[in-house]
Each structure stands twice: as structure tokens, then as C-alpha cells.
Design a binder for this molecule. Structure first.
Ligand SMILES: Nc1ncnc2c1ncn2[C@@H]1O[C@H](COP(=O)(O)OP(=O)(O)OP(=O)(O)O)[C@@H](O)[C@H]1O
Length: 279
């Protein structure tokens, strides 16, 4: 169980001012739950994920995992970023083995474990390839295998499929869902894409911006695998889109010159587009 308790986060800017990024973020993620954070660019999704990862500290509030406060990164939490942070000088197999070296395992056990996880992401044929020889999707699969290999209870994923083409993204969403169903890990997933959130999550936490606040939490009451044409899912997408739309239009108004006249309804809203990225 992850308790995110009244988190506030301010960043000091270079000009000495303070940027309030998160304002009173408070929710709980149950064991084995898949929760997505969805919101416009700059609303603090990555900052919150980094606080849960122990990579960033909060200004106020705390994150408790199984009732223990988080202060540092730990092997109980695997992190996957948008760009797979693989070591370019190591092969797929060596990259996946890397994190396992801190565990009390024999060389044989490390090799076996790494190969198992590479198989789980269907990359056995490429175990001896180097990152520059892999496509974006294959690099992300390697990063997922590396995170899973250390057997964390929780996976923290920051737009892991955001830089991939549509086809690859859909394939990896499907694979991730399968892995989640098999392993029952707790997953906290950051995305800009409403359809991705609806396809993958048990709950979706929609953020408002400047500073980041929770606008609404949606439960996705649908079984798996999810058929995206189901009426319920489409209706849910559209409800979420309406909440986000207001926030994105607000951000745009704040980011544009004062003499810019924002025409309501002028954006081509589509739940399968990445929302809130720069226009
Ligand atoms: N280390 C930092 N120092 C100062 N400001 C920061 C720092 N990290 C993030 N910010 C600012 O905090 C705000 C929130 O950033 P964050 O990356 O958490 O948002 P986000 O919702 O994940 O955005 P995106 O979807 O575009 O990735 C932004 O205005 C960003 O510029």
C-alpha cells in the first residue's frame, strides 16, 4: 500500500522566486493496483512520481509504503522513464543483469533470472545486442525487463511509451497489461494519453495545473482485456477529456501573450492524442 499524504512541492527558481508545483496531493494506491496520473504538461506528474521513487523530496507531506516513510530510492521500487536509460556499452543481457548484482545471488542465478525476464518481454533473440542496435520499443522492453528483474513490489513508470510510434505503443500497452496481470505488481504510471490511461488503469488520477492539484479520480470499472470500442470506455474517455480540456485551455491562456484570443472549441480534442504537450 502506497500512501501519498498531503504532498506539497515548491521549487526555487534561478531568479529567486518559488514555483509551487504540487499542492496537497493526497491519495492511496492499493497493493496490486494500476494507477495512472494524467494531466497537462507541467502539472507535476513526474515530480510526484520522483517523490514516490525517492529521487526527489517533498516540501511538505510524506509518502508511506507499507507504513514506512520514503526518503531514498530502494529496490522495492523499479523505475522506467520515457527514454530507456540503458548503458550503451552493455548488451541487453548485461543491462538486465546489472541491477541484479546488488542482490545476494550467484552468477548462475543472476544469468538465469535475467534471461527469464528478457524472455518475458520477448527479446531473447536480441539478448546479445547493444542498445544502439535496438528500436525504441525494444529499448523500452529491455528497461522494463531490467526493472522487473530486481523483483520490485512497485513499478513507477514515467511516460514509458510516450516516445514510441503508435503501433509499438499499443503492443507495449498490451504486453504491460499481461505482465501486470501475471505479476500483480503495484504500478504508478504517468501518461498524457487518455486512451492509454483508460486501457491500462484501475484508477486514473486527473491533475489540474499551476500548481498541480487532484481534479478528480476516476475508477475504470471494466474487465480485461479491454475492448476500446465499448460504450462505457468511450464515455469515460469523454468525461476525462472534459475535465482535462478545462485545465489545458487554462494553461494555454496563461502561456500565451495577453493579446492572444483563445477561441473556445478551437482545438481538435481526441482522447487518443497526447494531451497537454506543447502546442
Ligand atoms: N528540478 C527542478 N527545478 C525547478 N523546477 C522544476 C524542477 N523539476 C520540475 N520543475 C518544474 O516543475 C513543474 C512540473 O514539472 P513536471 O515535470 O513534474 O511536470 P509534468 O506534469 O510531469 O510535465 P510533463 O507532462 O510535461 O512531463 C514544471 O514547471 C517544471 O519546469
Amino acid at each position: 500500500m502506497i500512501k501519498i499524504k498531503n504532498i506539497f512541492k515548491d521549487f526555487q527558481q534561478k531568479d529567486g522566486s518559488t514555483l509551487e508545483v504540487l499542492n496537497n496531493i493526497d491519495f492511496t494506491i492499493k497493493e496490486g493496483e494500476f494507477v495512472s496520473l494524467l494531466g497537462p504538461s507541467g502539472c507535476g506528474k513526474s515530480t510526484l512520481l520522483n517523490i514516490v521513487a525517492g529521487l526527489e523530496s517533498s516540501t511538505n507531506g510524506e509518502v508511506l509504503i507499507d507504513n514506512k516513510p520514503i526518503t531514498d530510492p530502494g529496490v522495492d521500487r523499479g523505475v522506467v522513464f520515457q527514454e530507456a536509460a540503458l548503458f550503451p556499452w552493455l548488451t541487453v543481457l548485461e543491462n538486465v543483469k546489472f541491477g541484479l548484482k546488488s542482490k545476494d545471488l550467484t552468477d548462475n542465478e543472476i544469468e538465469k533470472n535475467a534471461l527469464n525476464h528478457i524472455k518475458k518481454v520477448h527479446l531473447s533473440k536480441f539478448k546479445d545486442s547493444y542498445p544502439h542496435q535496438l528500436s525504441g520499443g525494444m529499448k523500452q522492453r529491455t528497461a522494463i525487463a531490467r526493472s522487473l528483474a530486481i523483483n520490485p513490489k512497485t513499478l513507477l513508470m514515467d511516460e514509458p511509451f510516450g516516445a514510441l510510434d503508435e503501433q509499438t505503443r499499443m503492443m507495449l500497452q498490451f504486453e504491460l497489461q499481461k505482465i501486470w496481470l501475471e505479476t500483480k505488481k503495484t504500478i504508478l504510471f504517468v501518461t498524457h494519453n487518455i486512451r492509454e490511461a483508460v486501457q491500462l488503469s484501475n484508477r486514473i488520477v486527473v491533475f489540474g495545473t499551476q500548481p498541480g492539484t487532484i481534479k478528480e479520480i476516476f475508477e475504470v470499472k471494466a474487465g480485461r482485456p479491454r475492448n476500446k470500442n465499448k460504450k462505457y470506455l468511450l464515455e469515460l474517455e469523454s468525461k476525462i477529456m472534459n475535465v482535462l480540456k478545462e485545465e489545458i485551455e487554462k494553461t494555454m491562456k496563461e502561456e500565451m501573450d495577453d493579446d492572444y484570443h483563445f477561441e473556445e472549441g478551437s482545438l481538435p480534442w481526441d482522447p487518443d492524442r497526447d494531451m497537454g504537450s506543447s502546442i
